[in-house]
Design a protein around this ligand. Structure first.
Ligand code: PLP
Length: 246
């Protein structure tokens, strides 16, 4: 509704809507069914581009990113992080007629220090070739296992929490209500995460340092790593239970 109101208030003035394909920068808050399609429709009706930021979800939530999960076709997509295979690389792409505006085909010049950097490109390509179905299955399974372990540990200590995931990305919110937007996310008991985080760190598990960040799982999370997480969880759940707001 807010996007439709903005289009109505500024007819012909809005070039594009840029949105995280599936938000992970306020914790994991996947779009409700129809949300991204609604944004795309609003853009199409108003002559604006629908740009999907897949920097976090790209090549992670599936080989085709979030686009591969929800199937809404953006006009443009952005990528980073996973696609570099650990090296600094980013990319954007999309509709052929929009991309044709870029030089040398068109008049829009785009360049940067690291644009097309050969080492980063080679590293990213090498990694993407290795990411077969088995690799995604392994990451998905490890993600589900960690989510189950976290929930079990927090439940045992009576800590109210909600786990949300977008494919193998997930985060834990310290609230018993579903989190649908930033307001909901801010309503959680973040002080419990602080205690939880530091207790995990004390036992060698380095979680994302904020309750507004996604937990990422990789192929490096093997049995030994999962065991280490399992061993650290009981004390961290207790710390979360005992935490008080300061
Ligand atoms: C990290 C991140 C970015 C920034 O990407 P850079 O390549 O560092 O500019 C943009 N969008 C999302 C969703 C991100 O997670």
């Amino acid at each position: 509704d807010a996007v439709r109101a903005a289009f109505q208030a500024h007819p012909g003035e809005i070039a594009c809507v840029i949105t995280e394909a599936s938000p992970g920068n306020m914790g994991v808050v996947p779009p409700l069914p129809g949300f991204n399609q609604g944004l795309k429709d609003a853009c199409a009706e108003n002559g604006a581009l629908y740009i999907s930021d897949e920097v976090m979800t790209g090549f992670r939530t599936s080989r085709a990113g979030w686009f591969g999960v929800d199937g809404v076709v953006p006009d443009l997509l952005t990528f980073g992080k996973v696609m570099g295979g650990g090296f600094p690389a980013a990319a954007f792409g999309g509709r052929a007629d929009v991309m044709a505006h870029l030089a040398p085909a068109g008049p829009v010049y785009q360049a940067g220090t690291l644009s097309g950097n050969p080492v980063a490109t080679a590293a990213g390509l090498a990694q993407l070739r290795l990411l077969d179905d088995a690799a995604y299955a392994k990451v998905d399974a490890a993600s589900q296992q960690i989510q189950a372990m976290v929930s079990e540990a927090l439940t045992k200590e009576g800590v109210a929490h909600t786990l949300q995931n977008a494919s193998n990305m997930f985060s834990v919110f310290f609230t018993d209500r579903p989190v649908r937007n930033y307001e909901d996310a801010k309503g959680q008991e973040s002080f419990r995460f602080t205690a939880f985080f530091h207790a995990m760190l004390a036992n060698g598990v380095y979680l994302p340092p904020s309750s507004f960040e996604s937990w990422f799982v990789s192929t490096a999370h093997d049995e030994r790593a999962l065991q280490k997480i399992a061993d650290a969880l009981p004390a961290a759940a207790r710390a979360a239970a005992e935490a008080t707001e300061r």
